[in-house]
Design a protein around this ligand. Structure first.
Ligand code: PEP
Ligand code: MG
Length: 591
């Protein structure tokens, strides 16, 4: 079919990760590669060209110094000293003279000369057997990228390309990209890569904008300025939609709006089943901007504050005071309801700007989350002190991500004790009875839940990671998304085990992974005995609707059947049939 503007409509199907319908112009984000286009210059232009180069060097020097200062403040001098090598590059007289000499001799602009000279230096160093010197090759390449950006008068931030309302189309968005996005301008996200629990998806739900990911090649078929229609619930994308398509979706959007309006009336009602069983709905948040939406959407308290997002997409990393005030703001906004602050889940794809980490073959199995915190005590203790200082209202709780064995938990708690001792010595107030929990995201942790329980007050199951690590399915890889199954019997058995252990220890278990926000799976989780569901605020009305239409006894019966089911597909059918029977309206929004 041909759309009004003469371009043919293109339909693509991906993974719908944040519901809603959006229609707008495309802004195609391309990674900013500063091409060194060669241009001849006249002899009288040489002085100005060299001046332009020197100005870019000064700007680069100043930027690196500023980054170094703030890295030193938050991560300590050891990390900051890495930038000494960058400064050495930008101040290197022979490197600079080499570039200037060539510009004078060849009468060309500075960019291609800089690129050639930098490549020559980097290649030379990369060949040296000494590992210290060969690593300097990476420094030269990094610094050259920054000088090139300064010569072009641009920043290294992809998101700086967005200047008006648009639907962002990109090959992929890193957590840093999404965290630095101008929220007032972006009406939706569409990406080649990604899956339901990838960070683009998490951020789209946080911003409450529709998103479709895992489209493989959307960036190859769309151009900036095309009109795009996205159906974030069903995972459809229409490029240059026809009039008939626009009409169909206008109707669908109106119907969805009516359902959401109806669900909005549940806001102040308790999340209680028909037979009086209460299942608190708390919020997953990444940004402080989401705090207002929690109560508005009918959730109460925070079950997961992904604090690493405070570190992503910013030039200045938050120090102890800045973190304390962020956590205090969250605690104040929800008081007296609890606020669970998760300690930093950095590493793998979530790396702050200017945070240097060695290359890892398998970063998701590498130095991330609690492991990275334990090997960076300065970073970890700064956060622990900030959480403690923010705990005086009495509603702050904290938990550790990606615990895989008892020793990690014991080490983390020991550092927490050290921080408590320091604060006591300095007569700084904090909640002496702060509840400390652990996330269960690694199968080994689920299986030794009984050994972890004595060290904590609660468990929070992070199904996004638990599923990826149990099934060996990369949670962010669209090519294996069909294998990622929350209803796999291994997952159901692990959840059942963790819940039972926590109850035997007089404790409670929350689920804060995306599984808790899937309306069809909520009865199953409740039936397995999960005590709390933490979901992105936008999902809270749907989840509350399901809980309020459910009989607890039916949920228990469903879970018992699921536990002895022959397959994941069979469990899916059971779950789907139940929602179709009790709350079909939520399927309109989420499928
Ligand atoms: C999880 O793994 O389920 C979780 C909630 O943590 P994150 O999505 O931030 O990894
Ligand atoms: Mg996780």
């Amino acid at each position: 079919m041909v759309a009004k503007h003469g371009k043919s409509e293109i339909t693509l199907k991906g993974i719908g990760v944040s519901p809603g319908i959006a229609i707008h112009e495309v802004q195609l984000l391309s990674p900013q590669i500063h091409q060194a286009v060669q241009r001849s210059i006249n002899p009288e232009e040489v002085a100005a060209e060299i001046e332009r180069f020197k100005e870019a060097l000064i700007a680069t020097h100043d930027q690196i110094k500023l980054i170094q200062k703030q890295v030193s403040k938050v991560l300590g001098d050891e990390h900051a000293s890495i930038f000494d090598a960058h400064i050495l590059v930008v101040d290197d007289r022979s490197f600079i003279e080499d570039v200037i000499r060539t510009v004078r001799k060849d009468l060309v602009n500075v960019e291609p000369v800089l690129q050639t000279v930098a490549n020559r230096y980097a290649d030379m160093l990369a060949k040296v057997a000494d590992s210290y010197l060969s690593e300097r090759a990476a420094d030269i390449r990094d610094v050259t990228k920054r000088i090139m950006a300064n010569l072009a008068g641009e920043t290294l931030n992809q998101m700086a390309q967005i200047s008006k309302n648009c639907i962002v189309v990109a090959h992929d968005l890193t957590p840093s990209d999404t965290a630095s996005i101008d929220k007032s301008l972006v009406l939706g996200f569409v990406t080649d890569l990604g899956s339901a629990t990838s960070h683009t998806a998490i951020m789209a739900r946080a911003l409450e904008v529709p998103a479709v990911v895992g489209l493989h090649n959307v960036t190859a078929v769309v151009s900036t300025g095309d009109t795009i229609l996205i159906d974030g619930g069903r995972g459809f994308v229409f490029i240059n939609p026809t009039d008939a398509r626009l009409k169909e979706y206008k109707k669908r959007a109106q119907e969805q709006e009516l359902i959401l309006e109806e669900l909005g009336t549940l806001r102040d009602k308790p999340p209680e089943t028909q037979d009086g069983y209460l299942v608190p709905i708390t919020a997953n948040i990444e940004l402080l901007e989401e705090l207002n939406g929690i109560g508005e959407r009918g959730a109460k308290g925070i079950g997961l504050f992904r604090t690493e997002f405070l570190f992503l997409g910013v030039e200045i990393l938050p120090d102890e005071d800045a973190q304390t005030s962020a956590y205090e703001e969250a605690a104040r906004s929800q008081h007296p309801s609890p606020v669970v602050i998760r300690t930093l889940d950095l590493g793998a794809d979530k790396l702050p700007a200017n945070f240097e980490m060695g290359d890892e073959m398998n970063p998701f199995l590498g130095d991330r989350a609690i492991r990275l915190c334990l090997t960076h005590p300065e970073l970890f203790k700064t956060q622990l002190r900030a959480i403690l200082r923010a705990s005086t209202l009495g509603n702050v709780r904290m938990m550790y991500p990606m615990i895989s064995c008892v020793q990690e938990l014991a080490d983390a708690n020991a550092m927490l004790q050290e921080c408590m001792e320091e604060l006591r010595e300095q007569a700084i107030a904090f909640d002496e009875n702060i509840q400390v929990g652990t996330m269960i995201e690694v199968p080994s942790a689920a299986l030794v839940a009984d050994l972890l329980a004595p060290h904590v007050s609660f468990f929070s199951i992070g199904t996004n990671d638990l599923i990826q690590y149990t099934m060996a399915v990369d949670r962010g890889n669209e090519n294996v998304a069909h294998l990622y199954k929350p209803t796999h019997m291994a997952i159901i058995r692990l959840i059942d085990h963790v819940v039972k252990v926590s109850h035997e220890h007089g404790q409670w278990t929350c689920v804060c992974g995306q599984m808790a926000a899937a309306p069809t799976l909520v009865p199953l989780l409740i039936g397995l005995g999960v005590d709390e569901l933490s979901v992105s605020p936008s999902q809270a009305p749907l989840i509350k609707d399901v809980i309020r239409k459910l009989h607890y006894s039916d949920a228990v019966e469903l879970a018992q059947k699921a536990l002895v089911s022959p397959s994941s597909e069979y469990v899916e059918e059971l779950c789907h049939a139940m929602i179709k029977r009790i709350a079909p309206e939520v399927l309109e929004l989420s499928e």
